[in-house]
Design a binder for this molecule. Structure first.
Ligand SMILES: C[S@@+](CC[C@H](N)C(=O)[O-])C[C@H]1O[C@@H](n2cnc3c(N)ncnc32)[C@H](O)[C@@H]1O
Length: 217
């Protein structure tokens, strides 16, 4: 496998990785459909996509939607990026940035759906603000997602799941479904058809997957 530096070098020369130093990085807000995807299909964001397996799989399942995996770790994004290139999957981009800066890259209402996959649970109270479902992050998502756009969370961590439900209710957002055991539930969702890298690992260890969805309005 290519080492980290080689992967960074590949990313620099790869069209589906949007990162600092590339023209689109500073100039894509509000223009994903016209400048990148060149179509008018809905855009789905995966938050903290890691190696990009979920983003890749979704893009393969839904060729008429656009997918953007966001993560700060370029050496991880590389896997998804290369897989898409090798399989001629073009309805995908990988954005390398901190989630904190999402509003630099997306305009109001630009996003149709958001999926947050296995975010770091950050169990310490002092780290609560860093949880990707804390109020400041939800506020960012609220600004870029369409009014009726659905946000999904998949996690193995019960405390993060409970915390997220608490925030949703405290802010009067609208929960749609929630379960502490997705794969034993009768929920009909394409999110059951694919697993992220972390998800596979957690399931192997016997974890139950918690899942919820909500809208802001
Ligand atoms: C536990 S991993 C999960 C990866 C992937 N979603 C999966 O399920 O296999 C969490 C990912 O979120 C990314 N991440 C965490 N906090 C972030 C932040 N504030 N900005 C950007 N990426 C972040 C990490 O780099 C890491 O790749």
């Amino acid at each position: 496998m290519r080492n980290k530096l080689a992967r960074f070098e590949d990313n620099k020369n790869t069209q589906n990785v949007i990162e600092e130093g590339k023209d689109l990085f500073n100039n894509i807000k509000g223009k994903w459909k016209s400048e990148y995807f060149k179509n008018d299909n809905p855009i789905i964001l995966e938050i903290g996509c890691g190696c990009g397996k979920y983003t890749y799989s979704l893009a393969t399942m839904f060729p008429n939607k656009n997918f953007i995996g966001v993560d700060i770790k370029g050496a991880r994004i590389w896997f998804g990026s290369q897989k898409c290139l090798n399989n001629n999957i073009y309805n995908v981009a990988f954005l390398r940035t901190r989630i904190e800066h999402l509003d630099n890259f997306f305009a109001e209402d630009e996003i149709d759906e958001i999926i947050i996959t296995f975010p770091d649970p950050r169990p310490k109270k002092s780290e609560a603000k860093k949880r990707l479902t804390s109020p400041r992050f939800l506020d960012l998502y609220k600004h870029i997602i369409k009014r009726d756009g659905i946000v999904y969370l998949k996690t193995d961590d019960f405390n993060l799941f409970e915390y997220t439900l608490y925030v949703i209710k405290a802010y009067n957002f609208k929960p749609i479904i929630f379960t502490t055991d997705l794969y034993s539930s009768n929920i009909d969702s394409y999110h059951k058809d694919i697993k992220t890298d972390y998800e596979e690992k957690y399931i192997e260890q016997g974890a139950k997957i918690k899942y919820l969805s909500f809208t802001f309005f």
